[in-house]
Design a protein around this ligand. Sequence first.
Ligand code: DGL
Length: 322
Amino acid sequence: MKIAFFDSGIGGLSVLAEALRRFSGAEFLYFADEDHVPYGTKSRAEIVRLSLDAVGFLVSRGADAVVVACNTATSAAISELRGAFSVPVIGMEPAVKLAADSFGTRPTLLIATPLTIAGEKLARLVGRLECETWSLALPRLVKFAQELEFDSPAVWAYLREELAKFELERLGSLVLGCTHFNYFKDVLREILPSHVRIIDGIDGTLNRLASELGGGLKLACGEDFSELACKFDAEELDAGGGQNARGKSRQCEGSDESARSEQGKKGGDEQGAEEYDGNSGKIYYPNGNSVEYFYSGRALDAAQLHKIEVFLKRLDAMREIN
Ligand code: DGL
């Protein structure tokens, strides 16, 4: 079974990185629409067209399911994508409900792209919540990420200036409503008061993927994920559920302490853990997973693949920050 991830650029690697840790023996495809990034400042119609092209490409490469690892494309195009393709298409939404359920006695601040913030989908989602929800568009953060500028003085200044518009001491949580923002968790952590939790939508998205695929995905620890996915879904209803879900996944990996440290090493902490097969164009990862990467439909060259490994390592370092 081939599972595809699609984003405007490198943001969706944050979802893929977590999938590589959680699952085993999976064949993944990753499509970054590098020719058209950023999406967040384009029109809805344009994003619909680009998303249909990207998912069409992935389906033509044999994808059995597609994860839209992009909040902006989900907001603009998820209905059109589901209407156009017969494979399951899993979208990604800002985890404001999880934030409200978990820390809703205080306001939530959602950061996302301008298009996601202005979208009807978000308005409907937020309208159902009782929690006070503030929002902030941070389009320059996408540009910084794409230019591999993760903690430069310009990044710090931009984030400090934008976040200073809010009473941060009052906040309960900050929701990352754009997958590109996962690269900046360390900077955000430093700027925010320590009681503010940082929440992303990655666990919820992967739980939904696993539920959609039933027994089609195996957990890295050898358990049948379909069973665990049900547990995760139930937990999401509880306070702090999404974070618990990721904790559960780690707990599972670490049920045997030595196995966890071994997996940690194999999971990309060591240089050169991945293998490239020049014939198939696939990268083979630990846990028996493989990924084929594409930039707007083109296979990546060696230098681009090397950069992907740099991104995955940074995301791995950001993973524990909340
Ligand atoms: N990574 C995308 C998201 O989650 C969009 C970034 C962009 O292209 O503007 O919204």
